[in-house]
Design a protein. Structure first.
Length: 91
């Protein structure tokens, strides 16, 4: 019934971020998954404010999301905005 206690991958973001990243592949609707991924990267930006530029954008936050996910987010329709020349909507 309870989740096994473990250390978070990132102590600044915490275990809840790990759980959010793990939950993302289970979201069936692709648009909902994209919005959820933007929320995840938004939390990374809040925890690592020094990675964010004056426009609220952060290539480092997206890179980090791709790094700590145990899967390839692109397999689930999550495109890295800096690799695909898209707008960074994560806030």
């Amino acid at each position: 019934m309870f989740l096994k206690l473990r250390k978070p991958k990132d102590f600044d973001c915490g275990l809840n971020l790990d759980l959010m990243i793990e939950a993302l592949p289970r979201i069936q609707d692709e648009q909902s998954r994209i919005e959820y991924a933007n929320r995840i990267v938004g939390l990374i930006k809040q925890s690592h404010i020094n990675w964010v530029d004056d426009n609220g954008e952060s290539k480092l936050a997206w890179d980090y999301f791709y790094e700590i996910a145990d899967y390839d987010p692109e397999e689930y329709g999550i495109l890295h905005p800096y690799r695909h020349n898209l707008v960074d909507h994560a806030r």
